[in-house]
Design a protein around this ligand. Structure first.
Ligand code: SF4
Ligand code: SF4
Length: 332
Protein backbone atom coordinates (compact mmCIF):
# COMPACT_ATOMS: atom_id res chain seq x y z
CA UNK A 1 0.00 0.00 0.00
CA UNK A 2 1.51 3.35 -0.98
CA UNK A 3 1.95 5.69 2.02
CA UNK A 4 0.60 8.57 -0.02
CA UNK A 5 -2.74 7.05 -1.02
CA UNK A 6 -5.49 9.68 -1.26
CA UNK A 7 -7.63 10.28 1.79
CA UNK A 8 -11.23 9.12 1.66
CA UNK A 9 -14.28 11.18 2.50
CA UNK A 10 -17.10 9.69 4.56
CA UNK A 11 -15.31 8.69 7.73
CA UNK A 12 -14.73 9.81 11.29
CA UNK A 13 -11.77 9.39 13.58
CA UNK A 14 -12.35 7.41 16.77
CA UNK A 15 -10.42 7.02 20.02
CA UNK A 16 -7.12 5.15 19.86
CA UNK A 17 -6.39 5.61 16.16
CA UNK A 18 -9.43 3.74 14.81
CA UNK A 19 -11.73 5.16 12.14
CA UNK A 20 -15.35 4.51 11.25
CA UNK A 21 -16.15 4.48 7.53
CA UNK A 22 -19.55 5.99 6.80
CA UNK A 23 -19.77 5.26 3.09
CA UNK A 24 -22.03 2.21 3.28
CA UNK A 25 -24.32 0.50 5.79
CA UNK A 26 -21.52 -1.73 7.07
CA UNK A 27 -20.05 1.32 8.84
CA UNK A 28 -16.77 -0.58 9.30
CA UNK A 29 -14.77 0.35 12.38
CA UNK A 30 -11.13 -0.07 11.38
CA UNK A 31 -8.13 -0.22 13.69
CA UNK A 32 -4.85 1.12 12.36
CA UNK A 33 -3.82 -1.08 9.43
CA UNK A 34 -7.23 -2.70 9.02
CA UNK A 35 -9.05 -2.98 5.70
CA UNK A 36 -12.82 -2.54 5.22
CA UNK A 37 -15.18 -5.31 4.15
CA UNK A 38 -15.01 -3.90 0.64
CA UNK A 39 -11.21 -4.50 0.67
CA UNK A 40 -10.41 -1.07 -0.77
CA UNK A 41 -10.67 1.38 2.15
CA UNK A 42 -7.89 1.23 4.71
CA UNK A 43 -7.00 2.82 8.04
CA UNK A 44 -3.45 4.05 7.69
CA UNK A 45 -2.28 5.76 10.84
CA UNK A 46 -5.74 7.00 11.79
CA UNK A 47 -6.45 8.28 8.28
CA UNK A 48 -8.88 6.47 5.98
CA UNK A 49 -7.01 5.95 2.72
CA UNK A 50 -7.85 4.76 -0.77
CA UNK A 51 -4.97 2.62 -2.01
CA UNK A 52 -6.96 1.62 -5.11
CA UNK A 53 -7.94 5.16 -6.15
CA UNK A 54 -7.99 5.09 -9.95
CA UNK A 55 -7.17 1.37 -10.27
CA UNK A 56 -9.30 0.26 -13.22
CA UNK A 57 -9.61 -3.51 -13.49
CA UNK A 58 -11.78 -3.79 -16.59
CA UNK A 59 -12.44 -1.63 -19.66
CA UNK A 60 -14.71 -2.23 -22.60
CA UNK A 61 -17.04 -0.53 -25.03
CA UNK A 62 -20.47 -2.04 -24.48
CA UNK A 63 -23.95 -1.56 -25.89
CA UNK A 64 -25.86 0.62 -23.41
CA UNK A 65 -28.50 -2.14 -23.37
CA UNK A 66 -25.95 -4.44 -21.69
CA UNK A 67 -25.92 -2.36 -18.46
CA UNK A 68 -28.98 -2.85 -18.77
CA UNK A 69 -30.32 0.58 -19.68
CA UNK A 70 -33.16 0.32 -22.21
CA UNK A 71 -34.52 3.87 -22.04
CA UNK A 72 -31.27 5.85 -22.08
CA UNK A 73 -29.68 6.68 -25.43
CA UNK A 74 -31.03 3.45 -27.02
CA UNK A 75 -28.66 1.80 -29.46
CA UNK A 76 -25.63 3.77 -28.26
CA UNK A 77 -22.27 2.48 -27.02
CA UNK A 78 -20.90 3.23 -23.58
CA UNK A 79 -17.29 3.30 -22.44
CA UNK A 80 -17.40 0.98 -19.43
CA UNK A 81 -14.95 0.58 -16.59
CA UNK A 82 -14.79 -1.63 -13.51
CA UNK A 83 -12.73 -1.44 -10.35
CA UNK A 84 -11.66 -3.81 -7.58
CA UNK A 85 -13.64 -4.85 -4.52
CA UNK A 86 -17.25 -4.67 -3.46
CA UNK A 87 -19.15 -4.14 -0.22
CA UNK A 88 -21.38 -7.16 -0.93
CA UNK A 89 -20.64 -10.88 -1.23
CA UNK A 90 -23.21 -12.17 -3.70
CA UNK A 91 -22.62 -15.92 -4.23
CA UNK A 92 -23.86 -15.49 -7.83
CA UNK A 93 -21.55 -12.59 -8.72
CA UNK A 94 -20.67 -12.66 -12.41
CA UNK A 95 -17.69 -10.40 -11.76
CA UNK A 96 -16.27 -12.15 -8.70
CA UNK A 97 -12.81 -12.14 -10.31
CA UNK A 98 -12.63 -8.38 -9.69
CA UNK A 99 -15.30 -7.79 -7.03
CA UNK A 100 -14.05 -10.28 -4.43
CA UNK A 101 -10.34 -9.60 -4.69
CA UNK A 102 -7.86 -6.79 -5.03
CA UNK A 103 -5.27 -9.03 -6.68
CA UNK A 104 -6.65 -8.85 -10.22
CA UNK A 105 -4.60 -6.78 -12.68
CA UNK A 106 -5.50 -3.12 -12.96
CA UNK A 107 -4.41 -0.01 -14.84
CA UNK A 108 -3.87 3.28 -13.00
CA UNK A 109 -5.94 6.21 -14.22
CA UNK A 110 -6.41 9.78 -13.09
CA UNK A 111 -10.00 11.06 -13.26
CA UNK A 112 -9.06 13.35 -16.15
CA UNK A 113 -7.18 10.55 -17.90
CA UNK A 114 -10.15 8.21 -17.69
CA UNK A 115 -12.53 10.88 -18.98
CA UNK A 116 -10.11 11.52 -21.88
CA UNK A 117 -9.98 7.82 -22.75
CA UNK A 118 -13.76 7.63 -22.75
CA UNK A 119 -14.05 10.76 -24.90
CA UNK A 120 -11.47 9.46 -27.37
CA UNK A 121 -13.53 6.27 -27.81
CA UNK A 122 -16.33 8.26 -29.45
CA UNK A 123 -18.90 6.90 -26.98
CA UNK A 124 -21.39 9.47 -25.67
CA UNK A 125 -21.30 8.04 -22.11
CA UNK A 126 -18.93 6.67 -19.50
CA UNK A 127 -20.21 3.87 -17.24
CA UNK A 128 -18.87 2.85 -13.86
CA UNK A 129 -19.93 -0.78 -13.76
CA UNK A 130 -18.94 -4.49 -13.50
CA UNK A 131 -17.89 -4.56 -9.80
CA UNK A 132 -19.14 -1.95 -7.29
CA UNK A 133 -18.30 1.67 -8.16
CA UNK A 134 -19.71 3.15 -4.93
CA UNK A 135 -16.84 1.85 -2.79
CA UNK A 136 -14.68 4.09 -5.00
CA UNK A 137 -17.06 7.03 -4.67
CA UNK A 138 -14.28 9.63 -4.44
CA UNK A 139 -12.67 8.56 -7.73
CA UNK A 140 -16.02 8.07 -9.43
CA UNK A 141 -17.19 11.57 -8.45
CA UNK A 142 -13.99 13.22 -9.69
CA UNK A 143 -14.19 11.26 -12.93
CA UNK A 144 -17.85 12.17 -13.41
CA UNK A 145 -16.94 15.85 -13.06
CA UNK A 146 -14.24 15.49 -15.73
CA UNK A 147 -16.50 13.44 -17.98
CA UNK A 148 -19.31 15.99 -17.86
CA UNK A 149 -16.84 18.76 -18.64
CA UNK A 150 -15.83 16.73 -21.69
CA UNK A 151 -19.46 16.47 -22.82
CA UNK A 152 -20.02 12.87 -21.75
CA UNK A 153 -23.01 11.48 -19.90
CA UNK A 154 -22.33 9.63 -16.65
CA UNK A 155 -23.73 6.14 -16.06
CA UNK A 156 -23.64 4.15 -12.84
CA UNK A 157 -24.38 0.45 -12.45
CA UNK A 158 -24.61 -0.28 -8.77
CA UNK A 159 -25.89 -2.32 -5.86
CA UNK A 160 -27.15 0.93 -4.33
CA UNK A 161 -25.76 0.06 -0.89
CA UNK A 162 -24.47 3.43 0.22
CA UNK A 163 -25.42 5.82 2.99
CA UNK A 164 -27.04 9.13 2.18
CA UNK A 165 -23.99 11.42 2.04
CA UNK A 166 -22.02 9.34 -0.44
CA UNK A 167 -25.14 8.42 -2.40
CA UNK A 168 -26.07 12.08 -2.75
CA UNK A 169 -22.59 13.15 -3.83
CA UNK A 170 -22.39 10.48 -6.55
CA UNK A 171 -25.94 10.93 -7.79
CA UNK A 172 -25.43 14.69 -8.13
CA UNK A 173 -23.11 13.92 -11.07
CA UNK A 174 -24.98 10.97 -12.50
CA UNK A 175 -27.18 10.98 -15.61
CA UNK A 176 -28.38 7.39 -15.61
CA UNK A 177 -28.21 4.49 -13.19
CA UNK A 178 -29.15 0.87 -13.15
CA UNK A 179 -29.64 -0.20 -9.54
CA UNK A 180 -29.96 -3.79 -8.36
CA UNK A 181 -32.92 -4.47 -6.11
CA UNK A 182 -31.78 -7.95 -5.27
CA UNK A 183 -34.48 -9.08 -2.85
CA UNK A 184 -37.44 -7.85 -0.85
CA UNK A 185 -36.34 -9.88 2.19
CA UNK A 186 -34.11 -7.72 4.42
CA UNK A 187 -32.81 -10.73 6.38
CA UNK A 188 -31.74 -12.57 3.22
CA UNK A 189 -30.22 -9.40 1.78
CA UNK A 190 -28.11 -9.09 4.93
CA UNK A 191 -27.18 -12.72 5.62
CA UNK A 192 -26.70 -14.01 2.07
CA UNK A 193 -25.37 -10.92 0.30
CA UNK A 194 -24.17 -8.55 3.02
CA UNK A 195 -26.55 -5.90 1.68
CA UNK A 196 -29.12 -3.58 3.18
CA UNK A 197 -32.58 -3.38 1.65
CA UNK A 198 -33.47 -0.05 3.26
CA UNK A 199 -30.30 1.57 1.93
CA UNK A 200 -31.05 0.34 -1.59
CA UNK A 201 -34.64 1.60 -1.44
CA UNK A 202 -33.40 4.98 -0.22
CA UNK A 203 -30.77 5.08 -2.96
CA UNK A 204 -33.35 4.44 -5.69
CA UNK A 205 -35.72 7.03 -4.24
CA UNK A 206 -32.94 9.60 -3.99
CA UNK A 207 -31.85 8.97 -7.57
CA UNK A 208 -35.39 9.54 -8.84
CA UNK A 209 -35.73 12.65 -6.70
CA UNK A 210 -32.51 14.07 -8.14
CA UNK A 211 -33.74 13.54 -11.69
CA UNK A 212 -31.35 10.71 -12.56
CA UNK A 213 -32.70 8.34 -15.20
CA UNK A 214 -33.16 5.13 -13.19
CA UNK A 215 -33.70 1.54 -14.26
CA UNK A 216 -33.86 -1.32 -11.77
CA UNK A 217 -32.81 -4.95 -12.05
CA UNK A 218 -33.82 -7.99 -10.02
CA UNK A 219 -32.10 -11.29 -10.69
CA UNK A 220 -34.74 -14.01 -10.38
CA UNK A 221 -33.13 -16.96 -8.57
CA UNK A 222 -35.17 -20.14 -8.02
CA UNK A 223 -36.35 -20.50 -4.40
CA UNK A 224 -34.44 -17.34 -3.43
CA UNK A 225 -35.86 -14.31 -5.19
CA UNK A 226 -38.75 -15.74 -7.18
CA UNK A 227 -41.62 -15.27 -4.73
CA UNK A 228 -44.53 -13.64 -6.59
CA UNK A 229 -45.52 -11.59 -3.54
CA UNK A 230 -42.01 -10.14 -3.33
CA UNK A 231 -41.96 -9.19 -7.00
CA UNK A 232 -45.37 -7.54 -6.58
CA UNK A 233 -44.10 -5.66 -3.51
CA UNK A 234 -40.96 -4.48 -5.34
CA UNK A 235 -43.04 -3.41 -8.34
CA UNK A 236 -45.40 -1.47 -6.09
CA UNK A 237 -42.47 0.23 -4.40
CA UNK A 238 -41.05 1.29 -7.78
CA UNK A 239 -44.43 2.32 -9.14
CA UNK A 240 -44.86 4.51 -6.06
CA UNK A 241 -41.77 6.41 -7.21
CA UNK A 242 -42.72 6.36 -10.89
CA UNK A 243 -44.69 3.83 -12.96
CA UNK A 244 -42.30 4.66 -15.83
CA UNK A 245 -39.24 3.12 -14.14
CA UNK A 246 -38.01 0.36 -16.47
CA UNK A 247 -37.79 -2.86 -14.47
CA UNK A 248 -35.57 -5.73 -15.61
CA UNK A 249 -36.41 -9.18 -14.25
CA UNK A 250 -33.42 -11.26 -15.27
CA UNK A 251 -33.18 -15.01 -15.42
CA UNK A 252 -30.37 -16.31 -13.21
CA UNK A 253 -27.74 -18.69 -14.62
CA UNK A 254 -25.36 -20.71 -12.37
CA UNK A 255 -22.10 -18.90 -11.69
CA UNK A 256 -19.47 -18.51 -8.96
CA UNK A 257 -20.68 -20.27 -5.77
CA UNK A 258 -24.27 -20.96 -6.84
CA UNK A 259 -24.98 -24.25 -8.58
CA UNK A 260 -28.76 -23.91 -8.42
CA UNK A 261 -30.17 -24.77 -11.88
CA UNK A 262 -31.07 -21.84 -14.16
CA UNK A 263 -34.37 -20.03 -13.74
CA UNK A 264 -37.00 -21.42 -16.12
CA UNK A 265 -38.12 -18.82 -18.67
CA UNK A 266 -41.72 -19.44 -17.62
CA UNK A 267 -40.96 -18.29 -14.06
CA UNK A 268 -39.57 -14.98 -15.26
CA UNK A 269 -42.46 -14.54 -17.67
CA UNK A 270 -45.03 -15.16 -14.93
CA UNK A 271 -43.33 -12.72 -12.56
CA UNK A 272 -42.98 -10.12 -15.32
CA UNK A 273 -46.70 -10.28 -15.99
CA UNK A 274 -47.34 -9.55 -12.30
CA UNK A 275 -44.89 -6.63 -12.39
CA UNK A 276 -46.67 -5.24 -15.46
CA UNK A 277 -49.78 -4.75 -13.35
CA UNK A 278 -47.82 -2.03 -11.53
CA UNK A 279 -45.23 -0.76 -14.02
CA UNK A 280 -45.44 0.23 -17.70
CA UNK A 281 -42.05 -1.08 -18.83
CA UNK A 282 -41.00 -4.53 -17.61
CA UNK A 283 -38.34 -6.54 -19.42
CA UNK A 284 -37.42 -10.22 -19.17
CA UNK A 285 -33.64 -10.23 -18.98
CA UNK A 286 -31.44 -13.06 -20.26
CA UNK A 287 -34.40 -14.28 -22.31
CA UNK A 288 -34.49 -13.46 -25.99
CA UNK A 289 -38.11 -12.77 -26.79
CA UNK A 290 -40.37 -9.90 -27.72
CA UNK A 291 -40.59 -8.79 -24.07
CA UNK A 292 -37.35 -6.96 -24.78
CA UNK A 293 -39.15 -4.65 -27.19
CA UNK A 294 -40.71 -1.47 -25.81
CA UNK A 295 -44.32 -0.92 -26.74
CA UNK A 296 -46.25 2.28 -26.40
CA UNK A 297 -48.49 1.68 -23.37
CA UNK A 298 -51.26 3.65 -25.06
CA UNK A 299 -51.50 2.40 -28.66
CA UNK A 300 -49.32 -0.74 -28.48
CA UNK A 301 -46.99 0.26 -31.33
CA UNK A 302 -43.37 -0.85 -30.99
CA UNK A 303 -41.25 2.11 -29.90
CA UNK A 304 -37.94 0.27 -29.73
CA UNK A 305 -37.33 -3.17 -31.17
CA UNK A 306 -34.46 -5.18 -29.63
CA UNK A 307 -32.94 -8.42 -30.80
CA UNK A 308 -29.95 -9.26 -28.65
CA UNK A 309 -28.08 -5.97 -28.68
CA UNK A 310 -29.39 -4.95 -32.10
CA UNK A 311 -31.70 -1.99 -31.57
CA UNK A 312 -34.20 -0.28 -33.86
CA UNK A 313 -35.62 2.88 -32.28
CA UNK A 314 -37.50 4.08 -35.35
CA UNK A 315 -40.80 3.84 -33.45
CA UNK A 316 -39.69 6.82 -31.39
CA UNK A 317 -40.01 10.29 -32.89
CA UNK A 318 -38.87 13.36 -30.93
CA UNK A 319 -39.34 11.55 -27.62
CA UNK A 320 -42.82 10.29 -28.44
CA UNK A 321 -44.55 7.33 -30.06
CA UNK A 322 -44.21 7.73 -33.82
CA UNK A 323 -47.67 6.16 -34.28
CA UNK A 324 -49.87 8.00 -31.77
CA UNK A 325 -47.68 10.86 -30.52
CA UNK A 326 -47.87 9.91 -26.84
CA UNK A 327 -44.71 11.07 -25.01
CA UNK A 328 -42.37 8.19 -24.19
CA UNK A 329 -40.01 8.25 -21.19
CA UNK A 330 -36.70 7.94 -23.02
CA UNK A 331 -33.48 9.95 -22.72
CA UNK A 332 -32.11 10.66 -26.20
S1 SF4 B 1 -17.36 1.26 2.05
FE1 SF4 B 1 -16.04 -0.43 2.69
S2 SF4 B 1 -14.93 0.27 4.49
FE2 SF4 B 1 -16.66 1.67 4.16
S3 SF4 B 1 -18.31 0.88 5.47
FE3 SF4 B 1 -18.61 -0.01 3.43
S4 SF4 B 1 -17.51 -1.96 3.43
FE4 SF4 B 1 -16.79 -0.79 5.21
S1 SF4 C 1 -23.02 -6.34 -5.60
FE1 SF4 C 1 -22.55 -6.81 -7.71
S2 SF4 C 1 -20.30 -6.78 -7.86
FE2 SF4 C 1 -20.84 -6.91 -5.69
S3 SF4 C 1 -20.78 -9.09 -5.22
FE3 SF4 C 1 -22.92 -8.54 -5.71
S4 SF4 C 1 -23.13 -8.98 -7.91
FE4 SF4 C 1 -20.91 -8.88 -7.45
Amino acid sequence: MPASAPEGRYYERLEGGSVRCGLCPHRCVLKDGAVGLCRVRVNHGGRLELPFFGAVSAEAIDPIEKKPLYHFKPGSRVYSVGYLGCNLRCPFCQNYGISQTTLAPSVAYTPAGLARAAKASGCPSLAHTYSEPLVHAEFVIETMVEARAAGLANVLVTNGCALADAASDVLDHCDAANVDLKSWDPAWYRSELGGDLDAVKAFIAMAIEKGVHVEVTTLVIPDKTDKPEDIVAMSKFLAGLSPDIPYHLSAYRPVYKYTIPPTPDATVQKLASLAREQLRYVYEGNIFNESNDTRCPYCGAILVRRHGYAVDASGLKHGACAACGTPAPFVA
